[in-house]
Design a protein around this ligand. Structure first.
Ligand SMILES: *Cc1c(COP(=O)(O)O)cnc(C)c1O
Length: 486
């Protein structure tokens, strides 16, 4: 180990003062040359293995714990897709190979994966074409908002506004704003859906698009969705589907059939790639046939002889949105996952995720306030407002779950629910796991009455105490030793 480090230090890392017989490159300013070897750590292989193994064990992960983090679809990521992503033909492949020899002769396999993934996504969502370039859901939204702008520009007027409901994911208004639009926010009605009268009153010839999550972040499928799409189309606005919640409807209904013009999907959520902590994502964007001309380039196309090529023939393209072809490893995992499940399996995603969510909702409704308590889709939002009267917040309950080996649900989102806990169990969890989670939630509700301090002090079983949130935000200290109890 030591030798390797020394070699790399001397041979490659940093600028060494060169040996006498090696001339300094004329262009390199000598005063910046390193005078001493850099103080890089010298550790043995065993030290490195222990360090990273211990780090991995500090992680809360889907592989170790139940993870009902609403909106994030933290389902189990089957290991066979990892095996496929590890095939040397894919891992040793350099993206620039697609540029060599006629643009793709050496890359037929990878181009075919992208082409076929796009085909499957078209079938699942009812769209006419896809780009797999965007690197995350939010990046897909930006791509979509740019397509909306390009479409209206071609029709003579870019228009001014994009409409979002107040339950929307924060990335929706952010993406619209980055694409240059003003954002109009519509309140939610008593049924948990966008208030349709308010919506209609804000809709006009300056509306460029409407961005909706369906089912929305309250886990509710808007029964008026078709009417909303018709109203938007009447004034010439485009309908954008935030597909992060596709888990609830895969194989059951298609955004394209409901009237959406642009869709982004989160492959890392619905189609199962480990994500979180800023890990690699993929946010493919699908469009109707009318909008194909705006998709990013290059596009993967199939030639008459059945081989695949890259095409830049897209007259009104918004251009490159990401280098190369997006996060290829995530696309590949999603492709393998879809083929493995097949049509019947994809439908089961929706059915079981919705069943699991409703099972939890039903068992919890006696103990917690559920502001929009009706049949939900793949997730639902409870409120700790009842518990708050005894001084117990959603955050306290979240911390108590950590003590019990469960990753907390999303808290304080959506913003329209006070003391919100947004629960998404996903289809991959067993009834036993759900029951254990529910039992602990009920225990928390009882403790909130009998012994609130127990919740307020949690977590007590973790190596670190509860973080001082303000200090963590203002004075971040990531050194493990500095914050441990022992
Ligand atoms: C996760 C999510 C997004 C953003 O996706 P990223 O991949 O995190 O950028 C957008 N909308 C909703 C509803 C989401 O849950």
């Amino acid at each position: 180990m030591k030798l390797i480090f020394e070699k790399s230090v001397k041979g490659r890392v940093g600028f060494q003062i060169p040996e006498k017989d090696v001339p300094i490159k004329a262009s390199f300013p000598h005063q910046y040359a390193r005078q001493k070897d850099p103080a890089l750590p010298e550790v043995s292989e065993l030290d490195v293995v222990r360090h990273y193994t211990n780090l991995s064990r500090m992680n809360f992960s889907v592989d170790t714990n139940f993870y009902p983090l609403g909106s994030c679809t933290m389902k189990y990521n089957p290991k066979f897709t990892e095996k496929i992503a590890k095939l040397p033909g894919f891992t040793d492949f350099h993206p620039l190979l697609t540029h060599l020899r006629g643009g793709g002769e050496l890359a037929q396999g990878a181009l075919e994966v992208i082409y076929r993934t796009e085909e499957l996504l078209c079938e699942i969502t009812g769209m006419s074409g896809y780009t797999t370039q965007p690197l995350a859901g939010a990046h897909g939204e930006l791509t979509g908002a740019m397509i909306i702008a390009a479409y209206h520009k071609l029709h003579g007027n870019r228009r001014k506004y994009i409409i979002v409901p107040d339950s929307s994911h924060g990335t929706n208004p952010a993406s619209a704003a980055i694409a240059g639009y003003e954002v109009i926010v519509i309140p939610t009605d008593k049924d948990g859906c966008m208030d349709i009268d308010e919506f209609e009153s804000k809709l006009n010839k300056d509306t460029a698009g409407v961005m909706l999550t369906c089912p929305n972040t309250l886990g509710i499928f808007n029964p008026s969705i078709k009417k909303i799409a018709d109203l938007a189309h009447k004034v010439g606005a485009l309908m954008y589907y935030d597909g992060a919640n596709l888990n609830a409807i895969t194989g059951k209904c298609r955004p394209g059939d409901i009237g959406f013009d642009i869709v982004h999907l989160n492959l890392h959520k619905t189609f199962s790639t480990p994500h979180g902590g800023g890990g690699p994502g993929s946010g493919p964007v699908g469009v109707t046939s009318e909008l194909l001309q705006f998709l990013p380039v290059p596009k993967v196309v199939k030639r008459a002889d059945g081989t695949f090529a890259l095409s830049r023939n897209c007259p009104h393209t918004i251009g490159y949105i990401a280098p190369f072809w997006g996060n290829f490893g995530v696309i590949l995992r999603a492709y393998a996952y879809m083929l493995y499940l097949g049509k019947a399996g994809l439908v089961e995603i929706a059915e079981k995720s919705v069943l699991n969510a409703n099972y939890c909702r039903k068992r919890l409704e006696k103990y917690f306030d559920i502001p929009y308590d009706r049949i939900c889709m793949h997730e639902f939002v409870i409120s700790a407002s009842k518990q708050k009267e005894n001084g117990v917040s959603a955050l306290d309950i979240a911390k108590y779950l950590i003590d019990n080996g469960i990753h907390p649900p999303t808290v304080y989102f959506p913003l329209i629910v006070k003391e919100a806990l947004m629960i998404e169990p996903t289809e991959t969890e067993s009834k036993e796991t759900l029951d254990r989670f529910i039992d602990i939630m009920i225990e928390a509700a009882n403790l909130a009455i009998k012994n609130p301090k127990k919740l307020q002090d949690a977590p007590v079983k973790m190596p670190i105490e509860r973080l001082d949130e303000t200090k963590a935000a203002r004075d971040l200290d990531l050194r493990w030793q500095a914050t441990t109890k022992n």
